[in-house]
Design a protein around this ligand. Sequence first.
Ligand code: SF4
Ligand code: MG
Length: 295
Amino acid sequence: MNDMTQHFHQVEMKPKEFKSEVEPVWCPGCGHYGVLAGMYRAMSELGLDPNYTVNLSGIGCSSRTPYFVQSYKMHTLHGRAGAVATGTQLARPDLAVIVTGGDGDGFSIGGGHMPHLARKNINMTYILMDNRIYGLTKGQVSPTSRKEMKAYTTPYGGVEEPLDPVLYMLTYGATYVGQAFAGNPKMCASLIKGALEHQGFSFVNIFSQCPTFNKIDTAKYFKGLVVDVPDDLELDDSSSAMAHVQQVNRQGKLAVGLLHQSQRTTLDQEMARLVKKVGGNAEYDLQKIVDLSRP
Ligand code: SF4
Ligand code: MG
């Protein structure tokens, strides 16, 4: 363990014991099954106590994930899971806070929240299940859809450049950034485990095929393009990660693995420091902060 590691309430549970009583209803071949398998495995390896874990989501196929995991959970508004997670984490810094969601939910409808989760270094894990399409609403282009993609909203082909989630998060100061392919649940588990252990805002982008509505970015397509991050990448330097991702993207490939990990104080730590400064020796307490902010 290093000083970026956080400590959880722990239990001994096998991966399958993290399954809830609700069965996933995703289409056959959906990449989200691989991400969920990775989550179960990561939670088991860490021994994450479901009584001290909160899974949050917005709206979308991937936003159903909390239903399938043993933990407290909240299916919030479209694009707003990050904001609810911020409040949850500040109110209860002892909980493991996890958001799962899609490319449309996170970067279009909820796009205004994303830079703030990163810049404030909220101590939480955000797992983006990126299928480059809106699945639940039956196939419209999303912010990560490729240019010229034909979908219900773009019958003549899309005219917008796609957004790259990991470059975005590196730019705004996320302190843990990884990328994986859902067809490799082992890598998903490893990155999710690292993200959960990391103290600070951790972001994992997972290419997760939607065989029902995206016939271009298929599992075979992603599998053929992924390239492992080299061992000598300077993980604590976000500009190295950005340069690497851009170089791999220019080659038409996709960089997978841990791209960046660094340390700075989290928002709850900053607020605790403020409380001590203003209010004496008070321990971190959200109510205390509310009281202090009153005139
Ligand atoms: Fe998965 Fe696409 Fe089906 Fe949604 S519509 S469950 S994303 S395959
Ligand atoms: Mg999507």
